[in-house]
Design a protein around this ligand. Sequence first.
Ligand SMILES: Nc1ncnc2c1ncn2[C@@H]1O[C@H](COP(=O)(O)OP(=O)(O)O)[C@@H](O)[C@H]1O
Ligand SMILES: [Mg+2]
Length: 280
Amino acid sequence: MAAPRAPDVAPPGPGAPGIRAPGLRALSFRAVGRLFRGPDGAPFRALDDVTLDCPAGSFTALIGPSGCGKSTLLRIATGLDAPDEGEATIGGAPPRAAARRGEIGVAFQDPALLPWRSVAENIALPLDALGRPRGPAKRRIADLIRLVGLDGFAEARPAQLSGGMRQRVALARALVTEPQVLFLDEPFGALDQILRRQMNLELQRIWRETGATTLLVTHAVDEAAFLADRVVVMAAGPGRIASVVAAPFPRPRGAALLRDPAFHALCDEIGERLFGARAA
Ligand SMILES: Nc1ncnc2c1ncn2[C@@H]1O[C@H](COP(=O)(O)OP(=O)(O)O)[C@@H](O)[C@H]1O
Ligand SMILES: [Mg+2]
């Protein structure tokens, strides 16, 4: 069955003052398909004909039922997995090439910090992986610690931090190579509602300051609508894009937006599409 192709909704550009424009990268998926074998050994389609363009500096949220292929799509975009059909590109190049140049930042639901390393040393991990010296990045690491609101915790160990603080370390770690593209896979899923709201405001601020093209996987409709220029709703069986909804609220977005009837209407619309996608 041919998957419905998502309508092309033009997202608002980065636009806001103060966003770092040069060197940004567009992210693109062209007819991406991925086949896996299920527990019974039979092949199944985890992703079918996924085509999506994320312009440089845009913020896209991916939402969809569990198992619809969101993480698989992110793994393909970061070069950790390869598609069986189609391709993903970052700035026109294969994701692995972009990753080798440190152009990609990734944070997952589990912050996965090394317990014996300090906050600053955990943030430096991607530099070690790329074989880059830490010395010149010292200033950057200090700036990132401030950016994510962890002033005074550079030498703390993960065990001394709250869940929200660990998530912020993971976010800083994702930003340490000054990535042009940021991938976040349910980074706040384990946090309570109040912390999640706070992290959403911080993520918006960080996105505006860095200007990185951002793809966020979330299962929270309000988080998607609050943060993104566009919300991509996926459906399962096979994993595919069901629809794309623009979230054209002006930025910066604050707590007042959460009480705005237009925001609630958009959340309802996304919820309906999500529910429709589930029922399909
Ligand atoms: N390496 C793999 N081998 C086999 N099946 C996989 C593999 N990775 C993911 N899957 C399956 O592909 C589907 C999509 O998984 P995933 O991308 O993790 O979904 P989501 O992140 O949307 O919950 C699921 O059915 C999952 O079990
Ligand atoms: Mg997932």
